[in-house]
Design a protein around this ligand. Structure first.
Ligand code: SAH
Length: 339
C-alpha cells in the first residue's frame, strides 16, 4: 500500500491495527510531509523493528518524473505510473506563489469534443497517493513550496470523487502539506450529483465549472455530458451550492471560433448568470493538432468580454501559460504515446 493514500486519521487506524501506539502515525506523517523524506530508514526517531514492519506494509510513493519541459514561468511534468501509464501536471509561477494543476484520472470518459485528454477513454482513476505525489515530486524538483492547487489536469475529478476528497484532506491538513483550503480549486464539467456533496465534503475549497456554453443547444454540440446534466440543472445545483457555502463560483468558458463565441452567446450567458455570485473565466482555446476547433480571434474575445461586463457579469480573460511547451491539457502525454 502507498502510504500517500492515507489521511492522518486513516494512518492512525492502520498503525493501531499493527499493534503500535497511535501517536506514531503523526511522527511518520511529519517525516513524510514536513521533512519530506523518501525512505523509512530516514525516520530516525522510530525504532528499527517498527521500521521493518512499516516496510512490509507500505511503500513511500509509486510515481516518477519521466520528463520535464521548462519555460520561464511554467513547467510541464510528465509522470510515469507504476503500471507504465503517463499523466501530466503543470506548474505555474504567479506573483502570489506557485500553483500546480494536477491530473485526476488516466484518460477521461467525458468526451468533450475540444479536449485532447478526452481523446483517450478512462483507463482508471488515479489513487489518492498518485495525486498527492504530483505535488511532492514537483516541489522536490524545484526545491520550492507550492501554495496553490487546481485539479484541472487530465480527468474528471468528480468521476473520482472519493479519492479527490481524500487528496484535499491530506494536502490541506496542517499536519500534512498545509495548503490553505481557499487555495485549492476543483474543476468539473458539471457532474451535478457531486456538486451537492462537494459543498460539505470540501468546505471552503473553490469550485470551477466548465460551462463553455450558455444553452443546451450549443453545449450539446461540444460536451456529451450535457445529455445527462442539462445547463439548467447545473445552474440550479450551483445556486444551491452558493446558498450553502456562500462561496463565489467560477465558470470556465473556452472561446471556440464560431461555436460559442458569438455576441448572442455572450448575451445568453449574461442572462443565464444574472444575479449569481460567480465570475466567468474566458479561456482562449489552445488549438491541438488532432482536433479541428479553432481559437476565437482576440477581437471577438474582447467583444464577448465587453458584453458580459456591460451586463454586470464578473469576467476575466485567462492569462496564457505554456501553449508553446504543449502545456495544453493532455498534449504531452499524447506526444509521448503517439511517438
Ligand atoms: N474535467 C474537468 C477538469 C479537467 S479539464 C473539467 O471539465 O473541468 C480542465 C479545463 O481545461 C476545462 O475547463 C476544459 O474544458 C479545459 N480545456 C480542455 N481542453 C482545452 C484546450 N485545448 N484549450 C483550453 N482549455 C481546454
Amino acid at each position: 500500500m502507498n502510504i500517500y493514500d492515507l489521511t492522518l486519521k486513516e494512518l492512525e487506524e492502520k498503525i493501531i491495527e499493527m499493534g503500535e501506539k497511535k501517536y506514531k502515525a503523526l511522527q511518520i506523517y511529519t517525516w513524510l510531509y514536513k521533512k519530506k523524506v523518501k525512505s523509512f530508514d530516514e525516520m530516525t526517531d522510530i525504532k528499527k523493528e517498527f521500521i521493518e514492519k512499516l516496510k512490509e506494509n507500505f511503500v513511500i510513493g509509486t510515481i516518477k518524473i519521466e520528463q520535464v519541459e521548462r519555460d520561464k514561468d511554467v513547467n510541464k511534468y510528465l509522470f510515469r505510473l507504476s503500471d507504465n501509464e503517463f499523466i501530466e501536471a503543470v506548474l505555474m509561477r504567479h506573483d502570489y506563489g506557485l500553483s500546480i494543476c494536477v491530473s485526476s484520472q488516466i484518460g477521461c470518459n467525458m468526451g468533450c469534443k475540444f479536449c485532447e485528454s478526452g481523446r483517450r477513454k478512462k483507463v482508471r482513476n488515479l489513487t489518492t497517493g498518485e495525486v498527492v505525489e504530483q505535488i511532492l515530486l514537483v516541489e522536490e524538483d524545484l526545491k520550492e513550496r507550492i501554495s496553490h492547487v487546481v485539479v484541472m489536469g487530465i480527468g474528471e475529478p468528480f468521476d473520482n470523487y472519493e479519492n479527490i476528497i481524500r487528496f484535499i484532506r491530506i494536502i490541506n491538513d496542517p499536519k500534512g502539506l498545509e495548503i490553505g483550503i481557499r487555495h485549492i480549486t476543483v474543476s468539473t464539467c458539471g457532474l451535478v450529483i457531486k456538486i451537492d456533496s462537494f459543498a460539505h465534503d470540501a468546505e471552503g475549497a473553490n469550485l470551477a465549472v466548465s460551462l463553455h456554453a450558455p444553452t443546451n443547444e450549443v453545449r450539446n454540440k461540444i460536451m456529451p455530458i450535457n445529455k445527462v446534466y442539462k445547463v439548467e440543472e447545473i445552474i440550479s445545483a450551483i445556486k444551491k451550492y452558493i446558498e450553502k457555502t456562500n462561496r463565489r463560483v467560477t465558470f470556465e468558458y473556452i472561446m471556440l471560433k464560431d461555436i460559442n463565441d458569438t455576441d448572442k452567446c455572450a448575451e445568453d450567458l449574461s442572462k443565464l448568470l444574472k444575479g449569481i455570485n460567480c465570475y466567468v473565466n474566458l479561456i482562449p482555446y489552445n488549438e491541438t493538432a488532432n482536433i479541428e476547433f479553432k481559437r476565437s480571434d482576440m477581437f471577438q474575445i474582447m467583444k464577448f468580454y465587453d458584453i458580459l461586463k456591460k451586463n454586470n457579469i464578473n469576467v476575466t480573460i485567462r492569462r496564457e501559460f505554456g501553449s508553446k511547451i504543449s502545456a495544453a491539457c493532455g498534449q504531452l502525454r499524447s506526444k509521448k504515446e503517439e511517438a
